[in-house]
Write a protein that binds this ligand. Structure first.
Ligand code: NZQ
Ligand code: ZN
Length: 387
């Protein structure tokens, strides 16, 4: 391992068809008032809302609701949740939904008792967290972001046109998360494959940086192979429990710090996508898919050996008769073909993007990169290719 690290996973995971049975005993550890945070209605359609209300009643809990959390949750929505927490002296925020709902709940946890403007203090200035945080727990209904088992919270400030992720280790990790793969059966194919690319992207962001040959690389290759295998099955049959359960667990692992410990990482695709999201409100995973192909085809030249390894170990492409560069290119071709076969959107023009937005996105993206420190001009070129 190249770098030293300290590792802790403070989220207890209850996984499987009967995972919800753990909710009641978990709730006993918290006070009487729960803020139930959810999205625009899918939890009612799948019957989960009614089931939860029964459990809350049984436990004698008072429930305050924050509904209508939108994909790419806004800071305004976070502030609405903060007011509910303070007015009702909330003891636990229970997020039920996908990454957007969980991220919004974590942001409320950080911000409710923050003095001054939490956006400026935590997302822009990255100040140390000193105020009280409200415990968060989650029930995951869509696989992709990994928010259920990490301390990340990605929020969009609509006024400032900035979508920004922040990590406050351990403080905003869900205390527990309930993962029943059956809850994901009702996710649309569009959102399911968006989530699939998101989890793959988290792994590739950790993979394509540094020249180390450590354990992280082998973990990442294994997880990518599992996702590719299960994705093919789930696209054909969304109710294949084995495939949906593999995808759900891979999504939690893919965005978990464990995966990239001790290794250099990239994350520039995510930085570009976040600004794309701020301008277009597109589905996160679809934005990543569209950006990834031109980005990797560009940065590949700066370290083709790793991309060649990706082709061999993840896509099982024959090495014989190919130069390192040809093998590297074949790996990204395979990724693109996989994305097409799954029905992912690969052009920004199909993701609410206009040509006029491209320089605005390029100029507001946080600069970084694994094998190549990117400039705004290079990001603009990637965006033009993706358009
Ligand atoms: O609002 P509802 O009705 O719940 O519908 C949602 C939403 O429309 C729907 N959905 C979720 N579960 C469903 C379902 N529909 C039917 N049946 C179900 N069981 O799916 C739609 C998308 O949900 P959303 O939560 O937005 O998707 P996702 O999980 O992809 O979350 C995306 C957000 O997470 C951030 C993204 O940037 C984006 O804002 N990320 C968070 C990360 C983290 N915390 O570590 C890392 C990621 O890289 C990512 O940036
Ligand atoms: Zn992501």
């Amino acid at each position: 391992m190249k770098f030293d690290f300290t590792y802790e996973n403070p989220t207890r995971i209850h996984f499987g068809k009967k995972a919800i049975e753990n909710l009641k005993p978990e709730l006993e550890h918290y006070g009487d008032t729960i803020l139930l945070a959810y999205g625009k209605g899918s939890i009612k359609q799948i019957g989960l809302y009614d089931q939860l209300m029964e459990i809350f009643k049984d436990c004698g809990k008072k429930v305050v609701e924050l509904s209508g959390i939108m994909p790419n949750p806004t800071y305004e929505k976070v502030l609405e949740g903060c007011r509910l927490v303070r007015e009702n002296d909330v003891d636990l925020i229970l997020a039920v939904g996908g990454g957007s709902v969980i991220d919004c709940a974590k942001a409320i946890s950080l911000s409710a008792y923050c003095e001054g403007d939490a956006w400026t203090r935590y997302w822009i200035n990255v100040e140390p967290l000193t105020n009280e945080v409200v415990p968060v727990a989650s029930i995951l209904t869509m696989a992709g972001t990994g928010s259920e088992m990490n301390s990340g919270t990605v929020i969009t400030n609509e006024e400032q046109k900035i979508k920004m992720g922040r990590i406050y280790p351990a403080m905003v990790n869900p205390r527990f998360s309930i993962l029943n793969p059956e809850y994901t059966y009702s996710v649309s194919k569009y959102q399911m494959v968006s989530g699939i690319f998101d989890m793959m992207s988290h792994l590739m962001e950790a993979y394509f940086a540094g020249d180390d040959d450590g354990t992280s690389n082998y973990i990442i290759e294994g997880l990518l192979r599992s996702i590719i295998n299960s994705a093919g099955i789930a696209v054909e049959n969304p109710e294949d429990y084995e495939a949906r359960s593999n995808l759900m667990w891979c999504s939690s692992l893919a965005m978990h710090p464990l995966v990239g410990l001790g290794k250099a990482q990239d994350w520039e695709v995510h930085m570009i996508e976040h600004q794309l999201g701020a301008y277009t409100d597109c589905a996160h995973g679809m934005g990543l898919a569209a950006i990834s192909m031109p980005y990797y085809r560009y940065v590949m030249q700066f370290y083709p050996e790793k991309f060649a390894r990706f082709a061999k170990e993840v896509w099982r492409i024959e090495e014989a008769g190919k130069t390192t560069e040809q093998l590297a290119a074949a790996g990204i071709d395979a990724l693109e073909q996989f994305a097409k076969d799954c029905g992912m959107v690969l052009k920004l023009r199909d993701l609410n993007t206009t040509e006029e937005m491209l320089p605005l996105i390029a100029n507001s993206t946080v600069l970084g990169g694994g094998y190549k420190q990117m400039t705004p001009e290079e990001i603009l070129n990637v965006l033009k290719e993706a358009f």
